[in-house]
Design a protein around this ligand. Structure first.
Ligand code: TYD
Ligand code: MG
Length: 454
């Protein structure tokens, strides 16, 4: 058998690939989910030509982006939408993906040809939602269809600028033989939509549902095929939603867009820092505010710590929104440099508002909230802090200090504890307190037992 004819297999649940058939997927543990991969279409080897690199005139200047006018959305995509690109938007059912895309499409339809294809809802349901969003008079064209061949055939006669497909899991194509909803069908359908985008220059948005374990069900395997992957997230019972870019071929990654779900749909939050600070009407120990950078903009984030007596032989360490290994490191540095032990304490650390901090600049805020929780001493409410902690206990400088300081000032902070640096901006209303080592911190902040919570 030649190499070309060799069969390959993959898991219909998680997309893991195997050279031979197995009864149980080694990756996700699912039984009977491995199926044979069927090649989609064929590539002819003839006619492939190469061009001289220097003669290619593509560049930033050639990409003409289009804007929806919904700032939070445009920014997450790297400053508008790129023609011919394919964007996958993943999120749990009910988080607001259909609402968001209907709003975006409604805004875009004022200037562009927009089509919304739904495989999940009837046109009546979509119309009712549109009425609620005030989008029922927009120029969107609507199609309720799941067969990609029919969709593309009908699109052939229209010029399309934007196409939304909600959701990718409902798509099926007759070019492959397997039941709808399987990874094979989803991949084959996406492949055809990507071809459509690249040949017509339309921007395609694909909605993908995320399963309980966080993978975009099946479409996890689409992430490498599409140009941009966005996640739409939110906390249960809270009205705000975060749109996060995790992959973007046309812009920066880790950009955040923040929305609030209201009666009339999603509304962009222009001042998100206010949202992520809890109502701090009274003084408590164990919290600290960190001016972080999320994507391209600063955002004030609250770190909370709880330190309690441990009843376990090995004390518990729990984190939400922070890296557990980073917590171990910070605890070790506090123990060795400040001579404060957590060995008989359980430690819980959380980032308020469901955000995740991956920047090392958050180290100092974590350390301060731990020290405050351990001592029961309150840190002045007007202080916030940022800085990276090194293994020797030194507080290291971080990037974009000026932006962090300005955002803190804007939100009313009057003192900032930060790493020593020669290039700090001078602001009339903010006192900058610089520290070189972690050992100085308890004394500088008065975490020595003078002020206690009730
Ligand atoms: P939806 O966009 O259908 O979610 P998804 O497509 O991700 O499954 O959003 C559904 C939720 O949004 C639903 O719980 C109701 C809420 N919602 C509002 O609060 N206000 C609105 O204006 C709309 C349209 C929906
Ligand atoms: Mg939906």
């Amino acid at each position: 058998m030649s190499r070309k004819d060799e069969k390959s297999y993959y898991c219909n649940e998680c997309g893991a690939r195997y050279p031979k058939w197995l009864g149980r997927c080694e990756d996700c543990g699912q039984w009977n989910s491995i199926i044979e991969d069927i090649k989609v279409g064929g590539v002819t080897a003839t006619g492939a030509t190469s061009v001289e690199f220097k003669t290619i005139s593509y560049g930033p200047a050639r990409v003409e982006r289009k804007f929806s006018g919904i700032d939070e959305f445009d920014r997450v995509l790297g400053g508008g939408m790129v023609p011919g690109s394919v964007v996958l938007i993943g999120g749990e059912p009910g988080i607001g993906k259909s609402t968001l895309l209907l709003q975006v499409l409604s805004a875009l339809s004022q200037d562009y040809e927009c089509i919304y294809v739904s495989g999940e809802e009837s046109s009546e349901q979509i119309f009712l939602r549109a009425a609620r969003l005030g989008a029922n008079n927009s120029n969107i064209r609507l199609a309720c269809e799941t067969n990609i061949d029919i969709i593309l055939k009908s699109l052939g006669t229209h010029s399309v600028d934007f196409l939304v497909v909600d959701s990718v899991q409902t798509l099926q194509t007759s070019s492959v033989e397997s039941i709808p909803g399987t990874v094979t069908q989803v991949r084959a359908s996406t492949y055809e939509l990507i071809n459509f985008a690249k040949t017509t220059g339309a921007t395609v948005f694909l909605v993908g549902h995320i399963t309980k374990d966080g993978a975009i069900a099946g479409p996890k395997t689409l992430e490498h095929m599409v140009d941009t992957v966005l996640y739409f997230e939110g906390e249960r019972g809270k009205s705000y939603r975060i749109l996060r870019s995790v992959k973007n071929r046309y812009g920066p990654c880790d950009e955040l867009g923040i929305f609030e779900m209201q009666q009339q749909g999603l509304v962009g939050v222009s001042n998100p820092s206010v949202l992520f600070l809890t109502q701090r009407d009274y003084d408590v120990a164990g919290t600290m505010v960190f001016p972080g950078i999320e994507g391209t903009r600063p955002l004030l984030i609250e770190v909370q710590a709880l330190v309690s007596r441990s009843y376990f032989t090995s004390p518990r360490r729990t984190v939400v929104g922070w890296d557990i290994n980073r917590l171990f490191t910070i605890l070790a540095v506090i123990e060795s440099k400040c001579r404060i032990s957590f060995s008989d304490k359980d430690v819980y650390l959380g980032i308020a508002g469901g955000l995740k901090i991956s920047e090392p600049a958050g180290d100092l805020a974590v350390a301060v909230s731990l020290l405050s929780a351990k001592s029961g001493c309150i840190v002045d409410r007007e202080i916030c802090t940022f800085g990276e902690i090194g293994l020797t206990g030194e507080i290291r400088s971080v990037s974009r200090c000026a932006e962090r300081i300005k955002e803190a000032e804007k939100l009313g902070f009057r003192k900032i504890l930060l790493p020593f640096s020669s290039q700090l901006p001078q602001l009339p209303h903010v006192q900058l307190i610089t520290v070189r080592t972690l050992a100085e911190v308890p004394m500088v902040l008065g975490l020595d037992g003078t002020k206690r919570t009730q």
